[in-house]
Design a protein around this ligand. Structure first.
Ligand SMILES: *[C@@H]1O[C@H](CO)[C@@H](O)[C@H](O)[C@H]1NC(C)=O
Ligand SMILES: *[C@@H]1O[C@H](CO)[C@@H](O)[C@H](O)[C@H]1NC(C)=O
Length: 161
């Protein structure tokens, strides 16, 4: 065997092991991703608060149906939640409006200049997990959301005013 042939064999072995490590890394990353199944903060905001398809409805069943459909009655009944009946672009744009302090003291909250169509759902006194029951009220108010990330989008519904 020539020394240079040995060299290239060694180099190939090294490259091969790097590739194996890379594949193993990708495999593990995918495994972790699947097992935690973690939804991004902006996806969570959309699941919990966005409902552009429906206009505010006086249907008393709206909150019972939506709180369940959007997985907020799993493990416990989420006590209060607000749905926004406006297009995503309009709600995302609130992150470029007036910067104000959030209820928790963080500085990344923004208040919409325009009132928006909302349904506020509140758990009834008789509601008992797993039979979560809600009362809904349709309101038109300015919203305050916390924004994060790049793109800079809503990740938390802070209040309506
Ligand atoms: C609710 O949870 C189920 C099961 O974990 C999932 O398949 C479904 O996509 C979730 N629904 C929403 C709106 O995220
Ligand atoms: C919002 O305002 C606060 C306080 O004035 C400031 O600390 C923060 O950086 C501002 N955020 C943005 C994104 O402008």
């Amino acid at each position: 065997m020539l020394p240079c042939a040995k060299m290239s064999e060694a180099t190939m072995a090294l490259k091969g092991s790097h590739l194996m490590l890379l594949l193993l890394g990708l495999f593990l990353a995918e495994l972790v991703h699947q097992s935690t199944g973690k939804e991004s903060p902006s996806k969570k905001f959309q699941r919990q608060h966005m409902d552009p398809e429906n206009s505010a409805s006086d249907d008393t069943k709206y909150c019972d149906h939506m709180m369940k459909a959007r997985n907020m009655t799993k493990g416990r009944c989420k006590p209060v939640n607000t749905f926004i009946h406006e297009p995503k672009e309009i709600v995302d744009a609130v992150c470029r409006e007036t910067n104000i302090t959030c209820k928790n003291g963080q500085s990344n909250c923004y208040q919409s200049s325009q009132p928006m169509s909302l349904t506020h759902c509140r758990q009834t006194g008789a509601s008992k997990y797993p039979n979560c029951q809600y009362r809904g009220s349709d309101i038109t108010k300015q919203i305050i959301v916390a924004c994060e990330g790049n793109p800079y989008v809503p990740v938390h519904f802070d209040a309506y005013v």
